[in-house]
Write a protein that binds this ligand. Structure first.
Ligand code: R1P
Length: 296
């Protein structure tokens, strides 16, 4: 592949990581803007800075630390990206999503993608959590899809299905866990729309996206979900509504990254308990997650 993120490159990175730690995670978590706290809740953690990992891109956005953390969530081995990559950082789209293929080669079965997003649905409030049930891939409409280029069948099929991208069982589990933890009042399920960024949306754009059926808007996650599904990973994704999209010409509101990071802090602990409780309750076909260790 022209972008240098072919099977061999991903394998080289995965093998390097497997040689550094005995943990064999079945779950990977990607932390959205300001949501890196999730990664700090891992126990017995071993962390790698992205710059030390062969072939790994670097984080350039404030609120994305740039660390890959292996550790345990409620006793279950996990790997967590504290910092993701976005199209607007200037990386080729294949590079942004390479970690999904690396996770697959590490033996991961399920990825949990989190993000900060602007709320388009008028019922959503700042601080609400939206379980993603579907997406609108706006850059995809314009020929920008992470699976463009030669298809490597070792990862997956040329034309992957996306109507089941966001695992129904995991969404059910999230609703159940959310209710148990008393988060019912601020949890929703909805459609996430990705744009290229980095400029935030205009009022006309927000109005258009709402009419098209989007409940929240952001600049990430969808590319990762597509590549994860392509290589057979189960996907669960959620958005923290960090700000309300501006829909009204009389509004004094202005979208800004500071507000995005600030809202992340407010919900950080609750999101960590939602994710860790979900991880604890997840079942995987091949072997018990408690057996996800080697060499001990
Ligand atoms: O999607 P995450 O990585 O959470 O980040 C979101 O926050 C940033 C804007 O404040 C954008 O990068 C947007 O995509």
């Amino acid at each position: 592949n022209k972008n240098g993120y072919d099977y061999e490159k991903c394998k080289e990175t995965a093998d390097w990581l497997l040689a550094q730690t005995t943990l064999r995670p079945l779950v990977a978590v990607v932390c959205g803007s300001g949501l890196g706290g999730l990664g700090d809740s891992l126990k017995d953690a071993v962390a790698f800075n992205y710059q030390d990992i062969p072939n790994f891109p670097q984080s350039t956005v404030h609120g994305h630390a740039g660390r890959l953390v292996f550790g345990k969530l409620k006793g279950r081995p996990c790997v967590c990206m504290q910092g993701r990559f976005h199209l607007y950082e200037g990386y080729p789209i294949q590079k942004i999503t390479a970690p999904m293929r690396i996770f697959k080669l590490l033996g991961v079965k399920t990825v949990i993608l989190t993000n900060a997003a602007g709320g388009l649905n008028e019922k959503y409030k700042v601080g609400d959590v939206m379980i993603i049930k579907d997406h609108i891939n706006m850059p995809g409409f314009a020929g920008c899809n992470p699976l463009m280029g030669p298809n490597d069948e070792r990862f997956g099929t040329r034309f992957p299905c996306m109507s089941d991208a966001y695992d129904r069982e995991l969404r059910q589990l999230a609703r159940h866990v959310g209710d148990e933890l008393g988060f019912g009042d601020f949890m929703h399920e909805g459609v996430y729309c990705v744009l290229g960024g980095p400029s935030f949306e205009t009022i006309a754009e927000c109005r258009m996206l709402r009419r098209l059926g989007a409940d929240a808007v952001g600049m990430s996650t969808v590319h990762e979900a597509i590549v994860a599904r392509h290589c057979g990973l189960r996907v669960f994704a959620l958005s923290l509504i960090t700000n309300q999209a501006v829909m009204d010409y009389d509004s004094e509101e202005k979208a800004n990254h500071q507000e995005v990071l600030q809202t992340g802090k407010v919900r950080s602990e609750q999101l960590a308990s939602l994710v860790s409780t979900m991880v604890m309750s997840m079942k995987h076909d091949s072997g018990d997650m408690l057996d996800g260790m080697c060499g001990q």
